[in-house]
Design a protein around this ligand. Structure first.
Ligand code: XIL
Length: 313
């Protein structure tokens, strides 16, 4: 069969994966990552704690390796992520900085990171996970210090530093129409009204098998109708492990639903799965008793979900 990247290209979308530098030494992982996907996202390497564990000392090596891998394999790179409450270095997290200090720290970070990778990334998840489940703003270090303006400020700064990058807000539990995606929608409307450089919405899509929101297509469409791109940025569809044939069939149907929701909306520009194979997935570490969420099993064999994606594309 043709690789997924090729069938996706015929539909005018990219099909990507998160990849992790430390797994690229595994031959099967590396081979699938390079052959099947036309886009990559660094699973951790471009996060603040990875880049600047000590203040002012940037460690670019692992992130640069992701860029090199992408270049070797003719892949576009999604930058992930500039401003987030999680995976921050402890000097920043525990620093008790004033608002104006935080503003400077945020600006400097965007300048350093988006500046270094300008021309290498096609899009940035500028702000990651800014919302609570009820659609209010998450009480993060950024929101506490700077108020909701940190989002517009981060987007403006990123645009100034890399005017060619597509700038996104990215969040989870926003695949369907619900309080959280309503909050995101209202924010997007306000930002666009104010002329803030927001170009896209990232729908992470860490989903549960059998529970793909039925309003997903409609939700993607409403963001597209604002003139925004939409990307499915972190797709995985988890189940209680161990898997069995019927669970894998349900999961395959769920993948079909998600891919079709993206294909139904021309401004949905691509789908990225959050990892290559079930043996290298964040899901079992975080969701107790769950896993088997990706397109390849832990033996690097394509699952029914792979066939479903291929057929949908
Ligand atoms: C996860 C990675 O997959 C893990 O390796 C890491 O330990 C924690 O972060 N939302 C995001 C991603 O935006 O960055 C997260 O990635 C998964 C949830």
């Amino acid at each position: 069969a043709d690789p997924l990247r090729q069938v996706a290209a015929r539909q005018g979308i990219h099909f990507g994966s998160a990849i992790a530098n430390q797994h690229l030494s595994v031959p099967q992982y590396r081979q699938i990552a390079g052959e099947q996907f036309s886009a990559v996202t660094a699973e951790n390497e471009m996060k603040w704690e990875s880049l600047e564990g000590r203040r002012g000392q940037y460690n670019w090596g692992p992130a640069d390796s992701i860029i090199d891998f992408a270049e070797q394999n003719d892949q576009i790179v999604r930058g992930h992520t500039l401003v987030w409450h999680s995976q921050l270095p402890s000097w920043l997290n525990d620093g008790s900085f004033s608002g104006s200090q935080l503003q400077g720290i945020m600006d400097d970070h965007i300048e350093a990171v988006a500046g270094r990778y300008a021309g290498d990334v096609y899009a940035w998840d500028v702000v990651n996970e800014p919302f609570n489940e009820d659609g209010t703003f998450r009480d993060s270090i950024w929101y506490r210090g700077l108020g909701q303006d940190y989002i517009a400020d981060a987007l403006r700064k990123a645009h100034e530093v890399d005017p060619n990058a597509e700038l996104y807000i990215n969040d989870y539990n926003v695949a369907g129409i619900n309080s959280k995606s309503d909050g995101l929608y209202d924010l997007a409307v306000r930002l666009l009204d104010e002329g803030v450089p927001l170009h896209g919405i990232g729908i992470q899509s860490h989903l549960v098998s059998g529970q793909v929101p039925s309003s997903m297509r409609q939700n993607i469409q409403r963001f597209a109708d604002l003139g925004l791109d939409v990307a499915i940025t972190e797709l995985d569809i988890r189940m209680q492990t161990p898997s069995d044939a019927s669970k894998l069939r349900q999961q395959a149907d769920d993948y079909t639903t998600v891919v079709n929701a993206c294909l139904a909306v021309p401004r949905c520009i691509g789908v990225t799965v959050w990892g290559v194979d079930d043996g290298h997935s964040w899901v079992p570490d975080v969701f107790d008793g769950q896993g088997a969420a990706l397109l390849y099993d832990a033996q690097y064999q394509p699952k029914p979900a792979w066939d479903a994606v291929y057929a949908a594309l």
